[in-house]
Design a binder for this molecule. Structure first.
Ligand code: COA
Length: 322
């Protein structure tokens, strides 16, 4: 019998503190209108001092577990996507496992920057399809606000904090139809965040904050995401019109609109959370997916295209029959 991974639960968490474009324009030379016109962002959430990637992941994960109606102890595998882990090690996945009071399962992190949730979903799909796991929890959790240089107007306007979760279970009916993930390390200098301790120890004078050549990233992102749409549809022998929903990584409305145009989709079929969340890196796709599932926009049986692009560069997609 053919095995598929099916979504049985979703969850999401956003910290309470809201930082608006007006707040940022008091720190750096920018304005609400510049930020909104160039990015589509108005506000983003900022984690409290006591919060961590694992603490936020726990809240999102518990919601997904509750929606699925299972016990946490039934989970075989936890994959956390994060670029802002609590510690270098142990992994945030292990910390989350302990917080969920699970003793037996395997837990680890994936680091694929903003594409992390898609990479996690792809790994989960392989584990389920191969029979190596039955129930897999994937979480994207990020405290981007602690990696941002709040004096750099080219980056601090973009990012926010949050966590999203999806619980997948093996089934014999199509769920995840295909995943496609890619990496090209040749673009390291366009978007990176040094590990400050390692940089200092090796004599480099680099701050442990996000460094980005935004305009160049923008152009590669638009082209790359166009190609991943074609690859995904071709692999499934589907037409653009077969896709009911686009759930994109939330980096910039103009990048998202370009992908929607490629799919000949109206923006009404695109799940947008960017305006009030900013770019939450590996959490963004799962947060958007959770929102549209919970408010009833995404319905059982519909075809949903998830896609993301991030540092590395990394990029990928997941086509799901929800
Ligand atoms: N407020 C006002 N002006 C700003 C600004 C800000 N926050 N940030 C940059 N500028 C200025 C620049 O200094 C530049 O001025 P100059 O022409 O005098 O040199 C001008 O605006 C244009 O800069 P540019 O970088 O070309 O702007 P842009 O239209 O590309 O917009 C981003 C900048 C960052 C919004 C955009 O490039 C972007 O979203 N890139 C993708 C980033 C991304 O998605 N990263 C994550 C990938 S997962």
């Amino acid at each position: 019998m053919k095995r598929f991974a099916k979504v049985i639960g979703t969850g999401g968490y956003l910290p309470a503190t809201i930082r608006s474009n007006e707040d940022i324009s008091k720190r750096v030379d920018t304005s609400d209108s510049w930020i909104f016109e160039r990015t589509g962002i108005k506000t983003r959430r900022i984690a409290g001092p006591e919060e961590t990637a694992a603490s936020m992941a726990e809240i999102a994960a518990r919601q997904a577990i509750e929606m699925a109606g299972i016990e946490a102890g039934e989970i075989d595998l936890i994959i956390v996507a994060t670029g802002s882990p609590d510690r270098v090690y142990p992994s945030t996945g292990c910390i989350l496992q302990h917080r969920l009071e699970i003793q037996q399962c395997v837990a680890f992190d994936v680091q694929a920057a903003c594409s992390g949730s898609i990479f996690a979903m792809s790994i989960a799909d392989q584990y389920i399809k191969s029979g190596a796991a039955d129930k897999v929890l994937i979480v994207g959790s990020e405290i981007c606000s602690r990696l941002v240089d709040w004096t750099d107007r080219g980056t601090c306007i973009l990012f926010g904090d949050g966590a999203g979760a999806v619980l997948l279970e093996s089934t014999d009916e199509p769920g995840v139809l295909s995943t496609h993930i890619h990496s090209d390390g040749g673009f390291e200098d366009l978007l990176y965040c040094p590990n400050p301790q390692v940089a200092t120890a090796s004599g480099k004078d680099e701050k442990g904050v996000i460094h980005m050549r935004g305009n160049e990233v923008f152009k590669v992102a638009v082209n790359t995401l166009g190609r991943i749409v074609d690859e995904t549809l071709a692999a499934n022998n589907l037409d653009k019109s077969d896709v009911d929903w686009l759930v994109p990584h939330q980096a910039n409305t103009r990048i998202i609109a370009a992908t929607a145009r490629k799919l000949k989709m109206s923006m009404d079929q695109v799940v947008l959370t960017l305006e009030n969340q900013g770019n939450t890196s590996s959490a963004s796709v799962l947060l958007a997916f959770n929102e549209a599932v919970r408010d009833g926009r995404i319905k059982r049986g519909q075809i949903v295209l998830l896609e993301a692009f991030g540092a590395g560069f990394t990029w990928g997609s997941a086509l799901i029959k929800y």
